[in-house]
Write a protein that binds this ligand. Structure first.
Ligand code: ZN
Length: 161
């Protein structure tokens, strides 16, 4: 399949930076013309524990193309907190891609794979990060870690170099 002008990647940002293979994997995706976007729920911004600008800067420094943040606590009931579609819609409008052109990679079955299912795009759940077991949900592909998920995406969606 020769898809993917855009790839939406959803990563648990608390665990993103320590994973050594992530920057190399992101670079590989971008070299194949795939856009790497982070969609992240960060209630710690609302509580003041985390600075949104610093978070975004640290993620951009890892080599992602853009970052979309829901800073709201769950009790607010906003439409951007994954698995709600707000962040996905913002990203798909800014970068003009459809659900069929996007793949969600994430470590949360509830937030990330829930988003993939709600948006109607492919979801790749990684076992690292939250260390959640595979959900067994139909339409979700289980991968051991982010690098493996990257390889899977490149095999199935990467355009030839
Ligand atoms: Zn929100």
């Amino acid at each position: 399949m020769a898809l993917s002008a855009a790839t939406a990647i959803s990563i648990h940002s608390q665990t993103l930076s320590p994973i050594q293979a992530v920057p190399a994997a992101l670079q590989q995706l971008r070299e194949h013309g795939l856009r790497c976007l982070v969609l992240t729920n960060q209630t710690r911004i609302a509580s003041g524990e985390l600075d949104e600008k610093a978070l975004v800067a640290s993620l951009l420094a890892l080599g992602v193309d853009d970052v979309f943040v829901c800073p709201h606590p769950a009790v607010v009931g906003c439409n951007c907190r994954k698995p709600h579609l707000g962040l996905f819609r913002q990203a798909s409008m800014r970068y003009a891609f459809t659900a069929q052109e996007a793949v969600v990679i994430g470590d949360s079955n509830q937030a990330d794979m829930g988003l993939a299912l709600a948006a109607g795009c492919l979801g790749l759940h990684v076992a690292t990060g939250r260390n959640e077991p595979a959900s067994g949900l139909p339409g979700i592909i289980e991968q051991p870690d982010f690098a493996a998920a990257t390889n899977w995406v490149l095999t199935h969606y990467g355009s030839p170099i």
